[in-house]
Design a protein around this ligand. Structure first.
Ligand code: PLP
Length: 494
């Protein structure tokens, strides 16, 4: 296929030396540089002297002189059939796999020609080996996701209103989804919110990031749970916040420790997971809930409440979010559909007083103009007709059984090596490992046996190992859970 004639840029020769050169030499140097970096390949035909002269705005003789120079230097040849070509004797410096990427090659491969800001914290996990059973820390069972409902609703959304949803929309999200979420929260979570209090985000990760961007200036202090959720810490830090760890015990974040931090520092925010503390699964006690809210109101501290798996609570009495008791406008309430439907949908939300929502929407628009309108509309439809709620009920049933299955298998197969309390809710069991066992070594052996178990080190603010596993039970069925625990047992013996 013959494409348009390649152009030649003289801009890359804008150093002082090249400006003093005659124009024909600058052209020659630009072409030889393009050959040297692999943009023009051996045997490639160059534009005719007339075409190149036109595109550069120079006389044709100037281009002819440049070509003559390059022929004399051996870069180019002419052929009897007519035309000027890159000499076939040139070494082909073109990268083999990526024919069109030659222009991105720099003198030092992979080096950029400017300084970068400090990188954000990394929190990705190594890929599990093929066929491994993963006690994933917080993954739903995607094999049971309501794919048919979703695809039907998505198709309807795309066709709706003559493709109107394919245009620009509100950075705060589709009004229909914001309303559907607000009424779902009023029913199930005791939140008195309407659509003006809701922004739809791409997962709760974006909601956390938006809170950080709206709230913090460099150096602002945020209290976080330790152990805790690294991806949130990364987002908070990326906005310049300085994080102060606060210990967690069986009743959640230790309030006395939090108050001590608030007395020592000018605290701007507290990030916490009160419903099922991540990773330990404990719930913040009722007394501490009130204390946190009082402290926040008294000192004008924002409470970022990450309620990531609210729906999965198995004991009879639901625990309402802190946000449901907030009368002073201090709580920024965050949730996600990642656990209810699927993480890849990237639908999360932030519920807050309206002025905050307006600021968050303006901030969001600076990097992500809006969410995915057809997806948001499809999800709104599934909430309106009760499909999401039915799916949640079904999954809660499965997960309750899987929680029992994991607890049973751990007790049967690992006996005295582990201790745990059955969590009231969530998607994982927090397992204490006997102090005579090296938990990191155990996890390493387990990986070799084809089972992945996350150790406490991953959640540690100080990076230190501790004798605990967080074993997720939601993404595996009962048979897989049994097999996974047997593999863990085998790994203990090697
Ligand atoms: C504490 C916590 N927050 C939030 C999330 C959900 O993240 P997202 O909604 O961005 O998928 C998770 C998922 O693992 C989580 O564990």
């Amino acid at each position: 296929m013959k494409g348009p004639d390649p152009t030649i840029s003289l801009d890359q020769l804008s150093d002082a030396e090249s400006f003093q050169e005659p124009v024909f030499l600058r052209i020659a140097r630009a072409i030889s540089a393009d050959i040297a970096r692999g943009r023009f390949r051996p045997g490639q035909r160059l534009p005719s002297s007339r075409a190149l002269a036109d595109s550069l705005g120079v006389h044709r003789n100037t281009v002819l002189a440049a070509y003559q120079e390059l022929i004399a230097e051996g870069w180019l040849v002419t052929r009897p059939s007519g035309g000027t070509f890159v000499s076939s004797d040139m070494v082909d410096t073109r990268p083999k796999a990526f024919a069109r990427s030659a222009v991105l090659r720099t003198e030092v491969p992979g080096r950029v020609g400017f300084d970068l800001a400090p990188p954000p914290d990394r929190f990705d996990q190594p890929e599990p080996p093929k066929g491994a059973l993963v006690f994933a820390s917080g993954m739903p069972d995607l094999r049971l996701a309501p794919v048919d409902d979703l695809s039907r609703a998505y198709r309807r959304a795309l066709r709706q209103n003559g493709g109107k949803l394919l245009g620009y929309g509100d950075p705060a999200g589709e009004l229909r989804l914001r309303s559907a979420l607000a009424s779902m929260f009023a029913d199930a979570r005791g939140l008195a919110a309407n659509e003006s209090n809701v922004i739809v985000t791409r997962g709760s990760q974006m909601a956390i990031d938006l809170c950080a961007k709206v709230l913090f200036s460099p150096g602002d202090v945020v209290a976080v749970e330790a152990l805790g959720y690294q991806p949130a810490w990364a987002a908070l830090r990326a906005s310049g916040a300085r994080l102060v760890p606060v210990a967690v015990d069986r009743s959640g974040m230790v309030f006395d420790a939090l108050r001590a931090v608030a007395e020592r520092e000018r605290l701007r925010a507290i990030y916490l997971t009160p419903h099922h503390q991540y990773p330990t699964t404990v719930s913040l006690s009722p007394g501490r809930r009130l204390q946190v809210l009082e402290l926040a109101a008294e000192r004008r501290i924002a409470v970022i409440e990450d309620d990531y798996d609210n729906e999965f609570h198995y004991e009879s009495r639901p625990i309402l979010p802190l946000a449901s008791a907030d009368r002073k406008g201090t709580v920024l309430y965050i949730g996600t559909l990642s656990k209810i439907l699927a993480p890849a949908l990237r639908v999360g939300f932030l519920v807050a007083p309206e002025p905050f929502i307006l600021r968050a929407a303006a901030m969001r628009a600076t990097m992500d103009r809006q969410g995915d309108r057809p997806v948001e509309t499809a999800v709104a439809e599934l909430i309106e007709d009760g499909a999401v709620q039915r799916h949640v009920r079904r999954m809660r049933g499965h997960y309750a059984k899987r929680r029992e299955a994991l607890a049973g298998a751990l007790a049967r197969h690992l006996g005295a090596a582990v201790r745990f309390d059955l969590p009231q809710g969530g998607m994982a069991i927090w397992v204490e490992v006997d102090s005579t066992i090296n938990v990191e070594k155990w996890a390493e052996n387990a990986r070799a046996q084809g089972v992945i178990a996350t150790t406490a080190k991953r959640f540690a603010f100080d990076g230190r190992a501790r004798n605990f596993f967080r074993l997720g039970f939601a993404n595996l069925n009962e048979k897989e859970i049994e097999e996974g625990v047997l593999r863990l047992k085998k790994a203990l013996r090697v």
